[in-house]
Design a protein around this ligand. Structure first.
Ligand code: ADP
Ligand code: ZN
Ligand code: ZN
Length: 741
């Protein structure tokens, strides 16, 4: 069989936006790898140039007789920058967009002015001679020169800024002595270390036998070259982080490095401390609050081999390590692992490719794995590990599901069910703390009946319709439109409409109902200022308030041992967003929210309020039964051909006028219409069809195979170029979106 390599020509040339195919000569077959640099004949004159291997394949892209052979492999060349290049090309292929966008994503921007430099001054001549010169200077009253020389003689090396500062010696004097060959000025780049000055506390933990087995099994498979991604399914507090750290330690012993991805919101001081205690100064972190210069320094330190472990959000994936042993993705189900700008990559998929470049292994962890990952684990393309026992065997909280339709029948129209109100009074009397959770997603307004819980859904897509100001209800998947209703089609009640409850309103209501209680509110409004997020959480942790009310921000991370009651005010808000992941998201949120109760010695209770107590996402969350949830969810996805059973490509279109965006939508819809085996939905108006005077349209393509969608995306990119569509507007691709519309 003949083998070919798809190669990206060296970065100094402009031909970056595509790969070129070359033949792999037989004798190179054993050694060639993605990311490797190679020597090639290029262009008409067969000029020798270098390129980087993206992929080795047996599929010739054109007449095999015309494919030129690679001249030479440049071994030892899978350096970090080459790997990043390979990664960029892979991202471009898999997520669309330009090579330039992909490169900007993977290569940190070098900011010259952000670099920090330290200069050190030392003696350049022998001491005797210098001492003689010093005495001469004193005699001649050259006091500044004398001061400088004396300092260098006594201290050996002194920082430049001390000389010009404390010693009060001018730059021109330093210059004069330097030119007279008396002293030497050396420049060092200094890299800001965000963890500098932290105290390391070694803690000895002996892994439990289950933890130990997982570590040994993963290590054994990796040692045999089986680097399939591993999924650790384990509740919070089951000891996943200890497993990660043990694996990382074994990688470091072999001279390898590790990347740990954590959702930004969970990247707390405590988390960082645990890694620091274990690995000391070999750890660094990235977060969005660092300046561009600080972030760049961390990438530089990694490339220079000063750190072995990088912890951070999505972008930490692009740390230029050359020999990655493990990439850990904690809370792998989180939507923040998906980028919302081009290329719209998913950190999980990207990590798997990134790790493959150096034979590393990806380890995913979650209490509520994404349906995608769990499916792949069941199919065997991921290895599954269960870690279900909490380390200190604390009991799971008692969960009550309260039916809001019943409350209405009893005449209770307030936002608190009788059960929740009763438990709140009990906790306030006992001075225990309460968290109330309101899910803000879905505020876009699905229409539901307060009497019977009926939700108005699209007859084609089985997602809820949203009510618009023009009195129409719209499906944001397919564009289906209905007139708004004034009575419930199921029970006839007039209490039908959109569900609205803001955190601010709830706060006011609580203050009126429980005037003696201290209430803290955490939502988008109250956390806009830097550090306000930490301030609110630490005030609550210090028990400065009895009740914390907030959006999904409050359900993550932090341990509050004094919280013994968690209330979910309206579970339906996330259940009926028009998104095929609505049930999954709801299950995850409810499970996490329940996990907040009873973290300390006292057992916790959870109240979930809903209009649809029979919904499977709510029932399975009540029982904390992931498997039962998964089984129902995957049959829903199968039935409606949603990911991961099928794959979904969203095409976002935007233009400055309605006519332009309509024209683009019409053209692209016409182009894809003839594609075989694809299901096409839309084009339709997205939830927010007009933002900042930009008009938008979306279209969904469903295909059984991801590769089908990549191929249609490639064809569309060519078509868009040919038709010069970008003159009228912009088109973006989003594969298997995390935030559906
Ligand atoms: P997870 O990452 O699943 O939330 P952690 O690894 O953070 O779980 O473990 C929860 C707590 O239990 C931590 O304080 C951790 O130090 C402790 N812990 C984990 N494993 C052990 C063990 N084998 N022995 C003692 N303590 C442990
Ligand atoms: Zn009804
Ligand atoms: Zn629809």
């Amino acid at each position: 069989m003949e083998w070919y390599a798809n190669i990206i020509i060296d970065i100094s040339l402009e031909k970056l936006d595509r790969t070129f195919q070359y033949r792999v000569p037989e004798n190179m077959l054993a050694d060639i790898k993605p990311g490797m640099q190679v020597l090639l004949p290029f262009g008409k004159g067969n000029r020798q140039t270098t390129g980087y291997v993206m992929e080795v394949t047996d599929k010739a892209e054109f007449d095999p007789d015309k494919i030129k052979p690679i001249l030479k492999l440049i071994p030892e060349s899978i350096t970090a920058p080459n790997q990043m290049l390979a990664l960029a090309a892979w991202m471009r292929t898999n997520y669309g967009g330009t090579m330039n966008q992909a490169l900007k994503t993977v290569l940190p921007v070098k900011k010259k002015e952000a670099e920090k430099e330290t200069r050190m001054i030392s003696l350049k001549m022998d001491r005797e001679q210098a001492t003689a010169l010093y005495h001469e200077m004193v005699r001649k009253h050259q006091t500044a020169r004398a001061r400088l020389l004396e300092a260098v003689l006594t201290h050996g090396k002194i920082p430049y800024h001390v000389v010009t500062g404390k010693l009060n010696v001018t730059a021109s004097v330093v210059r004069a002595l330097e030119e007279a060959q008396m002293i030497r000025v050396e420049r060092f780049r200094s890299f800001r270390n965000p963890l500098q000055g932290m105290k390391q506390e070694k803690k000895d933990i002996t892994l439990s036998s289950v933890q130990q087995q997982i570590v040994e099994d993963i290590k054994a498979h990796v040692a045999q070259g089986d680097t399939r991604p591993c999924l650790i399914h384990g509740v919070t507090g089951s000891g996943k982080t200890e497993v990660y750290m043990e694996l990382i330690a074994s990688a470091i012993e072999q001279g390898k490095q590790a990347i740990v991805l954590i959702p930004e919101i969970a990247l707390t001081f405590q988390t960082v401390m645990r890694f620091y205690n274990r690995f000391g100064d070999r750890v660094s972190i990235l977060n969005s609050r660092m300046s561009a210069g600080e972030r760049f320094d961390q990438y530089e330190r990694a490339q220079r081999g000063e750190v072995d472990v990088m912890i951070g959000p999505r972008s930490a994936l692009f740390t230029p390590f050359s020999n990655i042993g493990y990439i850990i993705i904690d809370e792998e189900h989180e939507a923040t692992y998906k980028s919302e700008t081009m290329p719209r990559y998913h950190a999980r998929e990207t990590a798997i490719y990134r790790a493959s470049l150096s034979g590393g292994c990806v380890v995913l962890g979650s209490a509520t794995p994404s349906v995608e990952s769990y499916t792949r684990a069941k199919e065997g393309s991921f290895r599954l590990y269960e870690l279900q026992q909490r380390v200190e065997e604390r009991p799971l909280p008692q969960v009550y599901v309260e039916d809001l339709r019943q409350e209405l029948r009893k005449g209770n129209r307030s936002i608190l069910s009788d059960k929740l109100r009763e438990l709140m009074e009990d906790r306030l009397a006992k001075k225990e703390q309460i968290m109330l959770f309101i899910n803000r997603r879905g505020v876009a307004g699905f229409v539901s009946c307060r009497s019977c819980g009926h939700v108005i859904k699209c007859p084609h897509c089985d997602v809820s319709l949203s009510l618009h100001n023009n009195g129409k209800m719209i499906c944001h998947y397919c564009g289906h439109v209905e007139d708004a209703v004034s009575a419930c089609p199921s029970c006839g009640s007039k209490l039908i409409g959109t569900f609205k409850a803001g955190t601010q309103k709830i706060e006011a209501y609580l203050k009126e109902q429980f005037p003696q209680a201290g209430v803290l509110r955490m939502d988008w409004d109250t956390t806009r200022k830097k550090d306000s997020y930490e301030q609110i959480l630490s005030a609550f942790a210090n028990q400065e308030a009895d009740i914390l009310i907030g959006t999904q921000m409050i359900v993550k991370g932090h341990d509050f041992p004094n919280v013994t009651l968690v209330g979910v005010l309206a579970a339906d808000l996330s259940l009926h967003v028009s998104d095929y992941r609505a049930a999954e998201r709801t299950f995850q949120l409810l499970t996490q929210a329940a996990g907040r109760a009873g973290r300390g010695k006292r057992p916790g209770e959870v109240v979930i309020q809903t209009y649809q107590p029979e919904n499977y996402a709510i029932q399975t969350a009540k029982d904390q039964d992931y498997q039962a949830f998964y089984d129902q969810e995957i049959s829903f996805r199968q039935m409606l051909r949603y990911p991961p059973v099928w794959n979904l490509l969203v095409i976002h279109m935007a233009a400055a006028t309605q006519e332009d965006v309509d024209a683009i939508a019409k053209k692209l819809a016409g182009f894809v219409k003839s594609s075989k085996g694809l299901q096409i939905i839309g084009p339709a108006d997205p939830v927010i069809a007009k933002v900042n005077d930009i008009y938008r349209k979306v279209m969904y393509l469903k295909g059984a195979e991801y590769s089908q969608l990549i191929s249609i995306k490639d064809q569309l990119e060519i078509y868009i170029k040919e038709e010069e569509i970008t003159k009228y507007g912009a088109v973006q691709f989003d594969f298997n979106p995390m935030n559906g519309f």
